[in-house]
Design a protein around this ligand. Structure first.
Ligand code: 5GP
Length: 119
């Protein structure tokens, strides 16, 4: 399926890239939710986490390694960050191409626990 992210992978839509190899691309989110907000995506067009197969698990593992590397390069490895995947309508997933939000650079509000447990 053609999405905004497949166009970024093809280069027909510009993005500020922070990492790229043959399998993975990472770029700054156009509407940052925090001082650091990078999207990490596989180049393989997997629509969502629901379509990840066992064959994709090395790729998912590599995305975690890339997230760790980017966090170090952007200076948030020690201060902390979140790696978030939205899957499906209730999560607010807007782009049907698997992606992980790497968010940090500020104290982040609670997503789970406390008064925001359903936020
Ligand atoms: P989702 O809600 O699907 O988990 O997140 C999609 C993210 O993609 C949003 O945070 C949104 O700001 C970002 N986004 C949407 N279109 C573009 C774009 O054209 N360029 C970039 N860099 N980010 C985009």
């Amino acid at each position: 399926m053609e999405t905004i992210f497949s166009k970024i992978i093809e280069g027909t839509i510009p993005a500020k890239k922070v990492f790229e190899n043959e399998r993975i691309l990472a770029f700054y989110d156009i509407e940052p939710a925090a001082p650091v907000h990078v999207l990490i995506i596989p180049k393989k067009p997997i629509p969502s986490m629901n379509e990840v197969t066992t064959e994709d698990l090395p790729l998912i593992g590599e995305i975690h390694a890339v997230a760790q590397q980017i966090a170090a390069e952007l200076g948030i490895k020690e201060s902390g960050y979140r790696l978030i995947n939205n899957c499906g309508p209730d999560s607010g997933q807007a782009v049907p191409h698997l992606h992980y939000h790497l968010i940090g650079g500020a104290k982040l509000g609670a997503l789970v626990g406390g008064s925001k447990s359903h936020a």
